[in-house]
Design a protein around this ligand. Structure first.
Ligand code: NAG
Ligand code: NAG
Ligand code: NAG
Ligand code: NAG
Ligand code: NAG
Ligand code: NAG
Length: 665
């Protein structure tokens, strides 16, 4: 008997060491199974203890409850730590969808009923010394009394609300009409929820399941203890009742894991990062920019040609240079910084216009340009030009010809033009069994890098959360002697400035996880390549990662016969951060988009768009990744952002295995 007690304690003591690993989603199911077993073992222990009277028995019972309560508490704690999403927040989300809302409210009410009773039990545990013998008995009877107030009844309701009525459904029925499925679909369709929860739809489904499973576990433990109390206090054996209760609990767990596994198999695993919130874009913190690449520029026609003539029109100059200040021109030229690069796509402007130059360190040349007609760009909130405006008029003549003001795009490489993308590999420390768990863009020494977060891979696809870290960026300077263009980095140019938009995944190969990423220049486009390594799910070990790794990519170009890559164009894009609405993903895989200048009308073509979102894209809880991608997000009429996205590892397969294990036991 002593040995038995010892064993219970030993199993209970195992929990804290397991908890480090627990942060991983899948462990929750195992944890719940563990606690369930601990409850069952408690029976044996209490049964076998010698007891001196009812009060003594009650004390011993309470001690047991206390232990189980501790486990449930820690389970709950870890669940609440990673759950930014509560049933209450979901209810707020669904104010318009009455059907879903109604079901959710039922779940909420049932959850709170169980919670209340559980708190009551915990209170008794706390004051166990001062408890009357009859109090506990009354509580016990109330809990397992047949009728609508019984826990068994409430639990059935909860289960049916969330996982459907399995009596009506056959075993292989589709789970799409269950609340779990509907909420998951809804989650996938509503980025607002993902912004708060910070994980993929598949992770969401699992989280919701865990919440419900915890409630069921609490209720189950109350019922077990209620029967136990009655039995120990001599109210009967209740053999049949207890057997029935356990069977029902098992049946419900079986059914809910089955529904979960179906929902997870069908739910999306892409996680992308939402905008930081209205008016919360911060340069260098949430986004960054390619600068002074094809920027709007005003120049007098006289300065565009070789001979300072003005015989033609501005649009004769589709590719030229500014040839210095035409003699006698005392206007813009000479007062504002000249474009020391090529000028493209010139066009005519009004004869008389005012230019407001940007001050400070801005990468813009002008805040706005004010011709006779509508303003190009926008005035600051003060309505005034922060610096002094300059006037340009085309009243100058050369012989008989009038020289116009032209508006061109200036491509001026130089210290103010950041337009570089790293081409070197970024790899996780795979020899130390570390895999990629997150990604973000960073601009360091004027070069954009795709920075990776890594974490140690553990058994069954878990991640050791305390090992998470961002990999150091290979922060070279462009001027370093051993650094070369189109080898170490790519420089955007007028004819090589496209970003390929792809989602590179391991497909259905469940043995592959991401261990690296890089850009290459492919068909003059920046093209993402992702490295995958082979791993063993049960042990969580990468298997000879040096040998068993592959770089995958999408090599389609515009001219590929089979599935040519499609161009995605921006129409009159305004400054990306000026949008009132939050960005939505606008691209699909196998597309590309060119860096270009913002709208002439809306922004005087002063910005290079899209911007680059530099927020971290890291799902919570941490998971291995089955893919990485680059996409474009924004709103029509704005430049939007290029941003990375991730595909979380597909756990639904593991869940199926878990189910068959349960069956085998
Ligand atoms: C579901 O499976 C269980 C056992 O696996 C069986 O007893 C039950 O009849 C099945 N239900 C239906 C509706 O097929
Ligand atoms: C209750 O169980 C005990 C042993 O577990 C057994 O000896 C006793 O006969 C049972 N009583 C009834 C009424 O079933
Ligand atoms: C411009 O940049 C320099 C160096 O980066 C900084 O010291 C200065 O404060 C900046 N000025 C403004 C107006 O932002
Ligand atoms: C988790 O990572 C930390 C930090 O790298 C390490 O100290 C610890 O031993 C790891 N835990 C396990 C269970 O491997
Ligand atoms: C998964 O990928 C690995 C490594 O490329 C390969 O060895 C294995 O055969 C693949 N498995 C399947 C099922 O495709
Ligand atoms: C639950 O599933 C397990 C394993 O599949 C099985 O042994 C058990 O009988 C099931 N319980 C019920 C009540 O369906």
């Amino acid at each position: 008997m002593r040995l038995k007690v010892f064993m219970v304690f030993a199993t209970i003591l195992l929990i804290p060491s397991a908890r480090g690993v627990i942060n991983e989603a899948m462990e929750a199911i195992e944890m719940i199974r563990f606690v369930t077993n601990a409850i069952l073992k408690t029976w044996d222990v209490v049964e076998s203890l010698p007891a001196n009277g009812i009060h003594d028995k009650q004390q011993q019972l309470m001690n047991r409850i206390e232990e189980v309560d501790d486990h449930i508490r820690s389970l709950e704690q870890m669940e609440s730590l990673r759950a930014a999403l509560t049933i209450e927040t979901l209810i707020r989300e669904f104010h318009q969808q009455s059907a879903l809302l109604h079901k959710l409210n039922v779940v909420k009410d049932l959850t709170s009923i169980v919670k209340t009773r559980y708190t009551q039990l915990s209170d008794y545990v706390q004051h166990k010394g001062a408890l009357e013998a009859g109090t506990l008995l009354k509580f016990a009877e109330w809990n397992v009394d047949p009728g609508t107030s019984s826990l068994a009844f409430q639990l059935d309701l909860l289960h049916v609300s969330l996982f459907g009525d399995e009596e009506q459904a056959d075993n292989n029925s589709d789970s799409s009409n269950t609340l779990l499925s509907q909420l998951t679909i809804n989650y996938e369709e509503s980025p607002d929820q993902m912004c708060v929860a910070k994980h993929s739809a598949q992770q969401f489904a699992f989280q919701l399941f865990t919440k419900a499973a915890l409630t069921e576990l609490k209720a189950y433990s109350i019922m077990e203890f209620s029967w136990m109390t009655q039995r120990e206090l001599g109210k009967g054996n209740f053999t049949q009742e207890i057997a029935l209760m356990r069977q029902n609990y098992q049946r419900r767990m079986n059914a809910s894991v089955r529904v979960l596994s179906q929902v997870m198999a069908g739910s999306g695993r892409v996680y992308w990062r939402c905008d930081p919130g209205k008016k919360k874009h911060v340069s260098g913190e949430t986004y960054d920019q390619v600068t002074q690449f094809l920027q709007g520029y005003v120049e007098n026609e006289a300065n565009l040609g070789e001979d300072q003539s003005c015989r033609g029109t501005c649009s004769d100059y589709q590719e030229t240079r500014s040839n210095g200040c035409y003699k006698g021109d005392e206007q813009l030229c000479g007062k504002l910084p000249k474009c020391n690069g090529k000028l493209y796509n010139c066009g005519g402007m009004d004869s008389e216009l005012q230019v407001c130059p940007s001050g400070g360190n801005s990468s813009r040349r002008y805040d706005y340009i004010q011709p006779d007609g509508p303003i190009l760009g926008r005035k600051s909130s003060s309505g005034k030009c922060e610096t002094a405006t300059e006037t340009a008029s085309s009243s100058s003549y050369y012989l008989f010809w009038r020289c116009s003001n032209c508006f061109c795009l200036c491509d001026e490489p130089g210290p103010l033009s950041d337009r570089f993308f790293n081409l070197r590999d970024s790899l996780s420390d795979f020899m130390a069994n570390k895999v990629v768990t997150g990604v973000r863009f960073v601009k360091i020494n004027r070069v954009f890098h795709l920075q990776l977060q890594q974490g140690e891979l553990m058994p069954r696809g878990a991640i050791n959360v305390s090992s998470l870290e961002w990999l150091a960026v290979d922060a070279y300077h462009l001027t370093d002697v051993d650094v070369r263009n189109d080898y170490d980095y790519h420089t955007l140019t007028i004819d090589s400035r496209a970003m390929d938009l792809d989602e590179i995944t391991s497909g259905s190969n469940l043995s592959l996880v991401v261990t690296g990423a890089r850009f290459r220049v492919w068909g003059k486009h920046l093209n993402l390549e992702v490295r995958f390594s082979y791993f063993d799910l049960p042990t969580g070990r990468l298997v000879e990662p040096k040998r068993n790794s592959v770089w995958l990519d999408n090599s389609n170009t515009e001219t590929t016969g089979e599935k040519p890559r499609q161009a995605l164009d921006l129409t009159e894009p305004d400054v990306s951060t000026a949008s009132e609405q939050t960005s939505m993903p606008l691209s699909k895989s196998n597309q590309f988009m060119k860096f270009t200048s913002s709208s002439k009308m809306k922004d005087a073509a002063q910005s290079t768009v899209p911007f680059i979102d530099i927020q971290e894209v890291v799902p919570h809880p941490a998971v291995p990744l089955a893919g990485l991608g680059i996409y474009h997000k924004g709103r029509p009429g704005f430049g939007g952002f290029f941003a990375p996205k991730v595909v979380t590892y597909d756990y639904s397969q593991y869940l199926k295995e878990l189910q068959s294990q349960v069956k085998a036991n």
